[in-house]
Write a protein that binds this ligand. Structure first.
Ligand code: SF4
Ligand code: SF4
Length: 187
């Protein structure tokens, strides 16, 4: 593993492929989404992976592999892959792809589909729940607020969770976010 490597995430990209896993229609479903239209133009050169700053520090994150899995129709596998969530959305891959494939956008589309199905890391679910509750992705502990007061720092601006909740009404992944004090909507 490279020095300063990111924490290891489950890498199922190298598992043998079973025919029953393949959904041949998946790639056609994907190219209907804005940003994914050129997915089928990929000729596997690997430029996206070689220039990706995240791939440089990860043994498992490979944008070319993610796109390859998507084109092969490994829908479940790619949507459930932990590596999907490592992309930093820096768009280097999109800028460098010789085929004009919007790699970062394809990854965004895959994430959106996964999120709609409730397949996304718990940390993001927790952040969403916190935003809905307080307006902040990270709920600032009372102790921290007290310390600010003691040191003479001004109070933090109040979040506006009400307006956030309004904006997110109808967004598909929201049904998978556990609201504080309410049972998990996905159950
Ligand atoms: S840079 Fe473009 S063509 Fe090359 S592997 Fe990545 S997506 Fe495919
Ligand atoms: S957008 Fe994601 S996949 Fe593309 S280079 Fe940046 S981190 Fe890598």
């Amino acid at each position: 593993m490279a020095e300063n490597a990111a924490p290891t995430v489950k890498d199922d990209t190298r598992e043998p492929i079973r025919a029953k896993e393949i959904d041949p229609k998946f790639k056609y479903e994907l190219i209907k989404h804005h940003g994914s239209e050129k997915l089928l133009k990929c000729f596997e050169c690997g430029t996206c992976t070689s220039d990706c700053p995240v791939a440089r520090y990860s043994d498992s994150y490979r944008p070319r592999t993610i796109l390859h899995m998507a084109r092969l129709g490994l829908k479940d596998r790619v949507l459930k892959s932990d590596t999907l969530w490592l992309c930093a959305a820096c768009f280097t891959c999109t800028d460098r792809c010789p085929q004009g494939v919007e790699v970062a956008s394809v990854i965004r589309v895959l994430r959106n589909i996964a999120a709609e199905e409730g397949i996304f890391p718990q940390v993001f679910k927790d952040q969403c729940a916190s935003v809905l509750e307080s307006g902040y992705a990270y709920k600032i502990p009372d102790l921290r607020i007290k310390k600010r007061e003691q040191t003479g720092l001004p109070p933090l601006p109040k979040g506006n969770p009400e307006s956030i909740r309004k904006s997110l009404k109808g967004v598909a992944f929201m049904k998978h976010i556990e609201k504080k004090g309410e049972p998990d909507a996905k159950q």
